[in-house]
Structure formats: structure tokens, C-alpha cells
Write a protein that binds this ligand. Structure first.
Ligand code: ASP
Length: 438
């Protein structure tokens, strides 16, 4: 029998009814043996997430305000789930302890993590699985990064004798005690880490959408779903803004070649998106996997006569950025030209000093800055073996009257990135989608 690790997100556990769906999903497949829950999320769009409420508790306590009122709401949410499901569990001692800890100014990480801690306890009892506190098996180092060797060993040892378990997501232990969380949405990472540690056959990520779409549905009407995607493609798309999974959740399972299946708790009959290490060419009957993009970039374009002959021009430019702690996104080059694309968030208010420094050290003939740029990435490993992809894309962009300001084809030949003005962003995404999908 194979091993599946199934992570359920906040909306999948938002109330008793969602818990019932989760139980059905788990019991319908005996391979779903390790379950990683988030804390209850929003029941509808005006609702509050448990994690947000817990952060509020922490903040209120820190400012000497009334946190008990907020904690009471957290307690009520959990109690409603417990009583509606008729779970035989008494959480009062935990509530008292957590409440006291908040009053004693416990860290925000500790307070926020209690959502997953309590949710996991209820779920374990409800489905009859053992409860394993994440603090026992997930470890961070002094720098606040995941201590992977220690974590993998602890997970393996702890779960070796435990055939079915619920391990809450989002948090673990600091090296010398105390709780630390991953960044927001981090239960995805916990699930991935557990899957890697137990060498699972599949990491299932259950959420409220049936996987990834080929383009942002706010821009393209009813975009097609992505059935199959490689880790590499996913990395490109998520980096460019397609969000379903936490960006860091890909790495642990990817290293071990464990596929991820993103599925919808509300539509378990749908297969969702399967993320796989590789896709043999004969299995690909499509060229483009998806389109994603982001606004908020600045392009610094430099020209210098005979740049191609000058040793160290790019190095000088890049070292200016490095010295100022600015990381770059792309660097398309021509014979005598070099463009640097930087996220505005990275630049902050350093643009003027960066330009001044570049002029002093690299002495370009001209330097131009274009702010308010957007990038649109068209991604697909199928591009490598096909001709005419770029022609199709640029014809469609031209038909839609999008002015392309920059082009960059990644060296992996699995994406074409175009830079456009922010006001053309939506038009460009729609045009790129229209070029490949009827
Ligand atoms: N509950 C946490 C959050 O809201 C972690 C998670 O859901 O993955 O960020």
C-alpha cells in the first residue's frame, strides 16, 4: 500500500460541515495516512480566519487591550465544531493555558500556531487518528530556517510506529524550545516536509479550488484548468504570481520526486492539478502550460558603444545593485545594450543612488529608466521542441495593440517573458492566453 500525505487548508476545515467532507475524503482512500490540517479559515467572504483572530489576540495583549473578548470568539468557533460533530474531546484545559500564555505576552508565533494545534486535535479525534504535535517533529535552526536533517529524522522516528496520524501544519519548534511558524500559508510547507520525510508516494493538497488555472480568472473568462504541470513550470508560474500553493512548499517534495496533487475539498470528484517531476514529450499534447504575471517593475536600460567588447561592464552594474542589497529579476542583453529589470519593492527609494553609482562605475553612454512596468510570462516546457511559439505570441500581442517594451526568453527555453506598461497588463495576459487557447 502506498503512503499519501494529505494537507487540508483553512477553508476545508472552516466549520463542522467542512470537517465532514474532510472525513469522507480521508476515509475513501486507505492510503491517506498522514493528515496535515491548517486552522479553520473563512466560512464566507466576510468571515474571519482563526489565525488572523489569534494574531489579533497577541496584538491586543501586547498593547494592554482586551484580548479575552477575541479569544472567546476563537474558542466559540472550535466549540461549535466540536459540538456539531459530537466529538468526544474536552479542550478547556488547553483554552485556559493558551489564554494565560497570551496574557503572559507569549510570542506571536506561539499564539498564531494554536489555531492549527487545536484544529489538529479535534480532527484527530474525529477521524480516529493519532495526534502528533508538530512541535515534536518540525524543527527550525537559530537562523529561523527549517532544520531539514533534524526534522526528517524526527518525523521518521515519530511516525515509524504510528500508522495513521494528524500532524498540525504551520509551526514547529525553535532549537532550544519555543514555537516558530512558517510564513503565512505555511501549512503547505509542513505537508510537503512530512511527505518528504516519510517518502510518500503522493502529497495531496486539498483546498477550495480544483487546481491551477491557465490564467488569472479575473482577467480571462473561464480559463482552462491545468491538468498536468512540472515542478519547473509551476515554479515559474508561482513566482510570477499564480498563487495556490505556498512558494516554498514545492522544494521538499521536488527534491524527492514526489508528485503533488492539488484538489478541491468541495469537489472531490475532480482530479485537480497534478504536479510532476517530468513529463515525457509524448505525453504532452499541449505547448503552453500557463500564463502569469505581475505589476510593479522598473526597467533600467543602458547603452554603451562596443559594450560587447568591454570586459566587466555587466559585473560593474550588478555589483552596484548587490552593494545596495537589491536583487534583480531579469537581465536581457543586446550587443551594446543591457537591461536590468528590478521589482519596485526591491528598489524602494534607492533608484536615484543606484543610477548615480552605475553612471560612475560602468559609465554607460545612455541610461534610461522605465517605471510602472508589468511582466507577463508564458510558460510551457513544450515550447522547447516547437517552432513558431514566439511568432504566435507576438502576433496576438500586436493584434491586441499591446506595446511590448522588453522581451526575455529564459535560458531554459520554457518561458517567454514580455515587459509591458502596467496599463496594458490585463490586455497582454488575455492576448497571450488567446494566442494558444481557443
Ligand atoms: N493558518 C495559517 C495561515 O492562515 C497557515 C496556513 O493556513 O497554511 O497563514
Amino acid at each position: 500500500m502506498g503512503i499519501k500525505v494529505a494537507k487540508f487548508g483553512g477553508t476545508s476545515l472552516a466549520d463542522a460541515n467542512q470537517f465532514r467532507k474532510v472525513k469522507n475524503i480521508i476515509s475513501s482512500d486507505p492510503e491517506r495516512v498522514y493528515i496535515v490540517p491548517s486552522a479553520p479559515g473563512k466560512r464566507d467572504k466576510d468571515d474571519e480566519k482563526i489565525t488572523d483572530m489569534l494574531y489579533e489576540c497577541h496584538k491586543a495583549a501586547k498593547h494592554g487591550e482586551d484580548y479575552l473578548k477575541i479569544f472567546e470568539k476563537v474558542r466559540k468557533r472550535f466549540d461549535e465544531i466540536v459540538s456539531e460533530l459530537g466529538v468526544d474531546i474536552d479542550l478547556s484545559a488547553h483554552y485556559e493555558f493558551i489564554q494565560w500564555q497570551i496574557g503572559e505576552k507569549a510570542s506571536p508565533d506561539y499564539v498564531a500556531s494554536r489555531g492549527e494545534f487545536l484544529c489538529g486535535m479535534i480532527l484527530a479525534k474525529y477521524i480516529g487518528y493519532e495526534y502528533v504535535d508538530a512541535a515534536e517533529v518540525i524543527f527550525f535552526n537559530e537562523k529561523g530556517e527549517l532544520n531539514t536533517p533534524r526534522t526528517y529524522e524526527a518525523v521518521r522516528n515519530r511516525l515509524a510506529g504510528c500508522k495513521k496520524a494528524v500532524i498540525p501544519g504551520f509551526y514547529g519548534s525553535k532549537p532550544f524550545g519555543g514555537i516558530k511558524t512558517f510564513s503565512r500559508g505555511g501549512s503547505d510547507i509542513s505537508g510537503s516536509v512530512i511527505a518528504r520525510a516519510v517518502e510518500a508516494d503522493l502529497y495531496e493538497n486539498w483546498t477550495d479550488v480544483s487546481g491551477f488555472l491557465m490564467a488569472d480568472p479575473r482577467i480571462v473568462k473561464n480559463p482552462k484548468k491545468i491538468e498536468l504541470i512540472t515542478y519547473r513550470e509551476l515554479r515559474e508560474l508561482s513566482y510570477m504570481g499564480a498563487t495556490v500553493l505556498h512558494e516554498d512548499s514545492i522544494f521538499p517534495v521536488r527534491q524527492a520526486g514526489i508528485p503533488i496533487n492539488v484538489r478541491n475539498t468541495n469537489k472531490p470528484e475532480e482530479h485537480g492539478t497534478m504536479i510532476v517531476p517530468d513529463l515525457p514529450a509524448e505525453k504532452r499534447d499541449y505547448l503552453i502550460t500557463g500564463i502569469a504575471g505581475k505589476k510593479g517593475f522598473t526597467v533600467i536600460a543602458m547603452e554603451k558603444d562596443k559594450m560587447n567588447m568591454e570586459l566587466g561592464f555587466a559585473r560593474k552594474v550588478l555589483s552596484v545593485l548587490e552593494e545596495q542589497g537589491i536583487s534583480i529579476e531579469h537581465m536581457p542583453t543586446g550587443i551594446d545594450t543591457l537591461c536590468i529589470v528590478v521589482a519596485e519593492k526591491q528598489l524602494g527609494n534607492k533608484l536615484e543612488s543606484v543610477i548615480k553609482k552605475i553612471k560612475e562605475t560602468a559609465v554607460p553612454t545612455s541610461i534610461e529608466v522605465a517605471k510602472g512596468m508589468a511582466l507577463v510570462a508564458t510558460v510551457g516546457e513544450g515550447m522547447i521542441n516547437h517552432q513558431g511559439i514566439a511568432a504566435k505570441l507576438f502576433a496576438s500581442l500586436a493584434d491586441s495593440e499591446v506595446n511590448v517594451r522588453m522581451i526575455d526568453q529564459g535560458s531554459s527555453e520554457m518561458n517567454i517573458i514580455v515587459g509591458v506598461e502596467e496599463e496594458d497588463y490585463e490586455k497582454a495576459v488575455a492576448a497571450a492566453y488567446g494566442a494558444f487557447v481557443e
